[in-house]
Design a protein around this ligand. Structure first.
Ligand code: IPM
Ligand code: MN
Length: 371
């Protein structure tokens, strides 16, 4: 298969982790004789520095003309923690999602047996957890009208949804539930919000077309608690933009590191793959950032094009690396490996056959991982 991939490394650790994702994709291309062509473009703080715009026109063009987009991370301290900054790096990502109509953000949460000890939660609570958050990505409070009064003392953000925005993601979520454990939980705050009541009404109607999927409703505050108390109860979580943002960060704690969570943002014509975005400015440039979220995002990209075996190869390699503790400091405090070494190991694992032995000592020396 030939794929044109737009590469948006972004800021902070973005360029480092994207580089590993590309390496792994290249290993897959070599193994299965695919052709992946990459075009790099600027977004976020680097784009502001270059052009004054966090999403330059050229970047949008490159994305529109590609089959898929692979994004690193967005935001630099200079822009996002500085309340006086008039242009925010994050706006680049929001504009990109909106311009390409990437309405469904899909965030899978899997637990790895070898990492269970890494989680702050008890093994018996998290073992076997496996759910996917379907987060609406181009509506709600993120994108509706915002105001700030002239005296700077009053501000507002409107939360608005129409049924088309609800329906299109609902069908994706129900279809996912249908081929999984057949349970869909709509997370909302219908006791307070009119938009939530509209979501409940539509989702109840749509659920009639999916008789095998069990639908239940949960308030967002309860969901925040249930994710920690009993995450195994969830199969598909469907929710609006802001609740999905918050709950997916919370969910990352279950797996042991936010550096593991990948996501796909899907629209009618475009698809973007990215880590769930939690920028760690202190890791930048040190070759210590966890590349797995980015690499697992590349696996989701392959899934999107129905290259299931290839995607599974990446996941198997990732599992192996975790099993052997070939991982970055966030997962492995005492005997950790660099960002590049983790990437090298995964490539070697993908390209080599099953009977290979791995020599961990060679990995950090930048030598082959194979003995
Ligand atoms: C995410 C991020 C973004 C969001 C930021 C960077 C705008 O937190 O992808 O979850 O809030 O959607
Ligand atoms: Mn977020």
């Amino acid at each position: 298969m030939n794929l044109k991939i737009a590469l948006l490394p972004g800021d902070g650790i973005g360029p480092e982790v994207i580089q590993q994702a590309v390496k792994v994709l290249d290993a897959i291309a070599e193994k299965y004789t695919h052709k992946f062509e990459y075009t790099k473009a600027a977004i976020g703080a680097v784009a502001i520095e270059k052009t004054g715009n966090p999403l330059p026109n050229e970047t949008l063009q490159i994305c529109t003309n590609s089959d898929a987009i692979l994004l690193g991370t967005i935001a630099d301290l200079k822009y996002n923690k500085n309340s006086k900054a008039t242009i925010l790096a994050e706006q680049g990502l929001l504009d990109l999602r909106k311009s390409l109509g990437l309405f469904a953000n899909i965030r899978p949460l899997t637990t790895y047996n070898s990492l269970i000890h890494n989680s702050n939660l008890k093994e018996k609570v998290i073992k076997g957890t496996d759910f996917i958050i379907y987060r609406e990505l181009t509506g709600g409070i993120y994108f509706s009208d915002k105001t700030l009064s002239e005296d700077g003392k009053t501000a507002s953000d409107i939360c608005k949804y129409n049924i088309n925005e609800i329906d299109r993601i609902a069908h994706l979520a129900f279809n996912a539930a249908r081929i999984r454990r057949k349970k869909l939980t709509l997370v909302d705050k219908a006791s307070v919000l009119e938009t939530s009541r509209l979501w409940r009404k539509r989702i109840s109607e749509i659920s009639k077309s999916y008789p095998n999927v069990k639908l239940n409703f949960m308030f967002a505050d309860d969901a925040a608690k249930q994710l920690i108390l009993n995450p195994k109860q969830f199969d598909i979580i469907l929710t609006e933009n802001l609740f999905g943002d918050i709950l997916s960060d919370e969910a990352s704690v279950i797996s042991g590191s936010i550096g593991l969570l990948a996501s796909a943002s899907i629209g009618e014509k475009s698809a973007l793959f990215e880590p769930i975005q939690n920028y760690s400015p202190l890791d930048k440039g040190k070759n210590i950032a966890n590349p797995l979220a980015s690499i697992l995002a590349a696996a989701m990209l392959l899934d999107h094009f129905k290259l299931y075996e290839e995607a599974e190869d990446i996941r198997t390699a990732v599992e192996k690396s975790l099993e052997l503790s070939i991982s970055t400091p966030d997962l492995n405090e005492t005997n950790h490996f660099s960002t590049t070494s983790v990437g090298n190991f995964l490539c070697d694992f993908i390209l080599d056959d099953e009977n290979t032995f791995y020599n961990k000592n060679n990995i950090d020396l930048g030598q082959s991982t194979i003995i």
